[in-house]
Unconditional design. Structure first.
Length: 422
C-alpha cells in the first residue's frame, strides 16, 4: 500500500472502506466539550448505540414477568448466555461448546487454574511473560503461594533480551525446553498489554504439549483484535474481558475457553449451581454434576443485564465479520505507523523521537510508542488537543485505531496535531 500523508488520501480510503458505516453505530465521547479522536479501544471500547435496546429489553421483561423472566419473554434469562456462544466461538476460533461468557477476567483465570495448575513436587513452576499485566502477575504469585510455593522460585518470567523491547519467539520455545521437567503450567497473554506484541500461541501450545505442559492465555488484548484459532491451536484454556475490543462496557462480563478434550466431569474445579447439569439443576440435589462443556465451569447465576450489552456488541461483530475487520485493522494500523514515521522525518532525528516498540509483524491494532524527550508531557498535550490515547508507566503511549469505529481521517488528523505539539 502506498500511503500518503494527505487529507484527500485519508478521505479516499474512508470512502472506499466497506466498514465505514459502523462508525455511526457508536457513541464518541467528548473531552472538555470537544470532539475527540478516540484511540483507546484497547482499554475501553466505545458504547454501541444498540446497547440500550438490548438492556431495556431485559428490564422490560423483568418488569413484566418478574421471576418468570427466567422462562418467559423473547430471550428467557435461564438460557440467555447460550445466545452468545456462537459469536464468541467465531471470535476465538472454537466450538460453541468450548466457550462461555461468565464472571470477570482475573476471577475466571483463578477458576481455570483450579483445573489446570496442578503442581507436584517435581513440576510446580509456571512460565509466563515478564511484565505481564499486574493482575496476571498477582494472580500467578498468589496461586503459587496458595499451593505452598515461593513465587520467586515458582514463577519463571521470560523477558526481552537486553536492549530489546519484545520477547523473541525462539526464546520462549528454548525456555520451555530448558525447564520442561519442572513446569506445571505455561500462562501468557495473547498480546502483551504494554508493547502490543502478539505471541505465537500456536507454537507455544505445540512446544508445550510435546513435553506435556498445559497452556493457557489471557486474551484481554487479543479477542476482537486478532485472528484466534484456539481449538485448532490446541490451547488448553483461555479467558478474556469484554470491555476492550468487544465494546461491552466498563467491567462487564468476561468469558472463557476450555478445549473440548478437557470437558470431563472428573476434571477438578470450583463448582457452583450454574455449572450443574441443566436437566437436574432444579432438583436441588446434593451432588454436583457438571455440564459437559465450558458451561460446566460456570459458578453463579448469569448476569443477564451485563450479557444484554455484551450481546448488542457481539451482534455488531457478527454483521461486520472478523475477516473484514482484520483486513481493515492492518491497513489502518499500518497507516498510523506511517504517519508517525512521517512526523519523525519532518521533525528530524527520525530514529529517536517517536519510537514504535510494537513489533511490525507481531501486532494487532495497538501501537505502543515511546516519545523520547517528551514522555507523559506529550500524552497530556494530546489529551488537551482532543486525542485520547492512553499512558502506561513508565514511558509508553498506547494508541489503538479500532477498525469498527476509527477512520483514516482520524489518523491523518492525529498526525497534524502531533506535528504541532512536538
Ligand atoms: C491483560 C490484562 N489482564 C487482566 C486484566 C484485568 O482484568 P479484570 O479487571 O477484568 O479482571 C486486564 C485489564 O485491563 C488486562 O489488560
Amino acid at each position: 500500500m502506498n500511503y500518503q500523508n494527505a487529507l484527500a488520501f485519508a478521505k479516499q480510503m474512508d470512502a472506499a472502506d466497506p466498514l465505514k458505516h459502523f462508525r455511526k453505530e457508536f457513541y464518541f465521547p467528548k473531552y472538555r466539550n470537544r470532539e475527540v479522536i478516540y484511540f483507546t479501544g484497547n482499554s475501553l471500547g466505545l458504547q454501541p448505540k444498540t446497547s440500550k435496546k438490548y438492556f431495556n429489553a431485559v428490564l422490560k421483561d423483568w418488569a413484566k414477568h418478574g421471576v418468570e423472566g427466567h422462562f418467559e419473554g423473547d430471550t428467557p434469562w435461564l438460557s440467555y448466555h447460550e445466545a452468545l456462544g456462537k459469536p464468541l466461538a467465531k471470535l476465538t476460533g472454537s466450538k460453541p461448546s468450548e466457550v462461555v461468557a461468565m464472571n470477570h477476567l482475573t476471577s475466571n483465570i483463578h477458576f481455570l487454574l483450579v483445573s489446570f495448575y496442578k503442581p507436584t513436587i517435581k513440576r510446580y513452576k509456571i512460565l509466563c511473560e515478564a511484565k505481564a499485566f499486574p493482575s496476571d502477575q498477582y494472580l500467578l504469585a498468589s496461586q503459587a503461594q496458595f499451593h505452598g510455593y515461593n513465587p520467586d522460585e515458582a514463577i519463571i518470567e521470560i523477558a526481552p533480551r537486553t536492549g530489546e523491547h519484545n520477547i523473541r519467539s525462539e526464546d520462549i520455545l528454548t525456555t520451555i525446553e530448558k525447564h520442561k521437567h519442572e513446569l506445571a503450567l505455561i500462562f501468557f497473554g495473547g498480546i502483551n498489554y504494554f508493547t502490543g506484541q502478539v505471541f505465537d500461541m500456536k507454537r507455544i501450545a505445540k512446544t508445550a504439549h510435546k513435553v506435556g505442559i498445559p497452556v493457557g492465555f489471557d486474551l484481554a488484548h487479543a479477542i476482537g483484535n486478532i485472528k484466534l484459532n484456539l481449538h485448532e491451536w490446541d490451547v488448553d484454556f483461555a479467558a478474556w474481558c469484554s470491555y476492550k475490543y468487544l465494546n461491552s462496557g466498563p467491567g462487564n462480563i468476561g468469558g472463557i475457553f476450555i478445549h473440548e478434550k478437557h470437558h470431563r466431569k472428573e476434571l477438578p474445579r470450583f463448582a457452583g449451581w450454574w455449572g450443574h447439569d441443566k436437566n437436574t439443576r432444579f432438583n436441588m440435589g446434593k451432588n454436583f454434576s457438571p455440564i459437559p462443556s465450558a458451561e460446566g465451569w460456570q459458578v453463579s447465576t448469569a448476569n443477564t443485564l451485563g450479557l444484554s450489552i455484551h450481546r448488542a456488541s457481539l451482534d455488531i461483530f457478527e454483521r461486520a465479520g472478523m475477516d473484514a475487520l482484520l483486513k481493515k485493522s492492518k491497513t489502518l494500523t499500518d497507516y498510523l505507523a506511517f504517519i508517525i514515521e512521517c512526523v519523525n522525518t519532518e521533525k528530524g532525528n527520525p530514529k529517536k523521537r517517536l519510537e514504535i516498540i510494537t513489533p511490525k509483524n507481531e501486532k494487532g491494532c495497538q501501537l505502543s510508542v515511546i516519545a523520547h524527550g517528551q514522555g507523559k508531557n506529550l500524552f497530556h498535550k494530546l489529551m488537551a488537543n482532543g486525542v485520547i490515547p492512553d499512558w502506561r508507566e513508565p514511558n509508553v503511549i498506547r494508541m489503538a485505531p479500532v477498525p469498527l469505529y476509527n477512520s483514516f481521517e482520524d489518523i491523518y488528523r492525529f498526525g497534524e496535531i502531533l506535528k504541532r505539539l512536538l
